[in-house]
Design a protein around this ligand. Structure first.
Ligand SMILES: [Zn+2]
Length: 439
């Protein structure tokens, strides 16, 4: 007998790569945190002796979601300023609260809460964008997630840094320190075109080139951003990024709501990524991203939840469902944004954007065992005719029962599970209350 740590026996496995494949009655064999084989259940039982066997006869197993854009710590300012216009929401609610609370402890605790929420919904990796990135990593790792944290650069002082030079220096130090880390990667993260100078954008490009790290940036989020860029710089935001050396295969252009045909062509040619955050775009009335056009042009697509203050859920399955529905309506074409393209965007698309797809994003032998299981034997999913379509369109994150990162179970809703989630949940409530009292 061969040895394995865990055999995950599933009714269906949707590996995402190759695209469109649905394996039936298949075991994912996990050894030392990695996927070592995908085999028919009976064959795996004959070949392998495993410490742990997880039998999921009515569930599908998929690669963990890659949340390509979050501000995890903002879970602690969730619920502030519903139904306000964007600038009122920011200036009257969010910025004052953040100004009052911002500290390493705030970011660590908020990121931990966000990590618990994400793990419960099948997210195994999140790409975060926030101040005090080392504390964000601490909180997210405590929840068991893999993460890419941000070397943030923004043109106003914060508790994290007080000048452009300080932001750039701290960000490069972060990137240097995290080089080679198995679970925590870094990005260079200029906040947005309207908050970062040309000089700092050029420095960000140099840092990205030097260290090979992704560029995690809000781009083309609102019509106002585009109009202001044309007025102040005589060029669209993406043209400005190109001039400053940031338009390349490492650019993650978060939102990309107001990308026009020229922008889409530039992004496709550069092999850049569009990170779509539909809930945030709807709640803040930013507009509708041209998702079908991105897919048609071959632009890599990822999905992000944005922060809990503008969503207000970190629900990647719900986000991807909404993304698919909106894309069809915007394109006026029900065949746009097909199921397997959207499942890919929520997993492998994000992994590609983070240049982490050699390790995560699909269920393939050799990759890390970052997975989730979703139970389809529920009233909302039965009968199961098409598991992939029903995961996207009829199931919800509450149907997700198990999450693994590098083979370690970080969330289980199984009866009698020994996972420390009950204790964690109790402590999380107390921590959240303590911050609520300080706003
Ligand atoms: Zn954002």
């Amino acid at each position: 007998m061969l040895e394995a740590d865990t055999l995950i026996e599933a009714r269906w496995v949707i590996p995402v790569a190759p695209k469109g494949v649905i394996l039936e009655n298949t075991t994912v064999v996990v050894t030392q945190g990695r996927i070592t084989a995908l085999l028919p259940v009976e064959e795996a039982r004959r070949l392998y002796a495993a410490h742990d066997v997880v039998s999921l006869p009515e569930s599908a197993v998929l690669p963990g979601f890659v949340n390509l854009h979050s501000h995890a710590a903002m879970n602690l300012v969730r619920g502030l300023g519903a139904d306000l216009p964007l600038m009122d929401w920011l200036t009257k609610k969010i910025w004052p609260a953040e100004g009052k609370l911002m500290s390493p402890e705030f970011v660590r605790d908020g990121s931990w809460l966000a990590g618990l929420e994400m793990a419960a919904g099948g997210v195994t990796t999140t790409s975060d964008h926030y101040f005090f990135p080392r504390s964000a990593a601490e909180g997210l790792r405590r929840a068991g997630l893999r993460c890419a944290v941000s070397g943030i650069v923004i043109g106003f002082p914060s508790a994290w840094a007080d000048s452009d030079a300080a932001y750039l220096e701290k960000s490069e130090a972060l990137i240097r320190d995290l080089a080679g880390d198995e679970f925590v990667h870094a990005t260079i993260a200029p906040h947005a075109p309207y908050t970062v100078s040309d000089a700092s954008l050029k420095r960000c490009a140099e840092i990205s080139d030097k260290w090979g790290v992704p560029i995690h940036m809000h781009v083309n989020e609102t019509a106002g951003e585009v109009a202001d860029s044309l007025r102040d710089h005589g060029e669209r935001p993406l043209e400005r990024l190109r001039r400053c050396g940031l338009l390349n295969e490492r650019l993650i252009a978060v939102h990309s709501v107001h990308a026009d045909a020229g922008d889409i062509a530039l992004m496709a040619a550069a092999k850049a990524t569009a990170c779509h955050c539909p809930c945030s775009n709807l709640k803040l009335a930013s507009g509708f991203a041209p998702v079908a056009k991105f897919l048609e042009a071959g632009v890599n697509l990822g999905i992000g939840t944005d922060g809990a203050a503008s969503n207000d859920k970190l629900d990647m399955l719900g986000e991807t469902r909404l993304a698919a529905m909106l894309a069809k309506a915007v394109a006026q074409d029900p065949t746009a944004a097909p199921v397997h393209d959207m499942l890919e965007a929520a997993t492998l698309g994000g992994a590609r954007a983070l240049h982490w797809d050699d390790e995560i994003g699909s269920i393939e032998p050799g990759k890390a065992a970052d997975l989730f299981a979703i139970n389809l034997a529920t009233p909302e999913s039965l009968p199961v005719q098409d598991p992939a379509a029903q995961i996207l369109y009829s199931a919800g994150r509450e149907c997700i029962t198990h999450t693994w990162v590098a083979g370690r179970q970080i969330m289980s809703k199984a009866v009698g599970a020994q996972f420390p989630e009950l204790n964690a949940a109790r402590e999380a409530v107390a921590v959240a209350h303590s911050w609520q009292n300080r706003i």
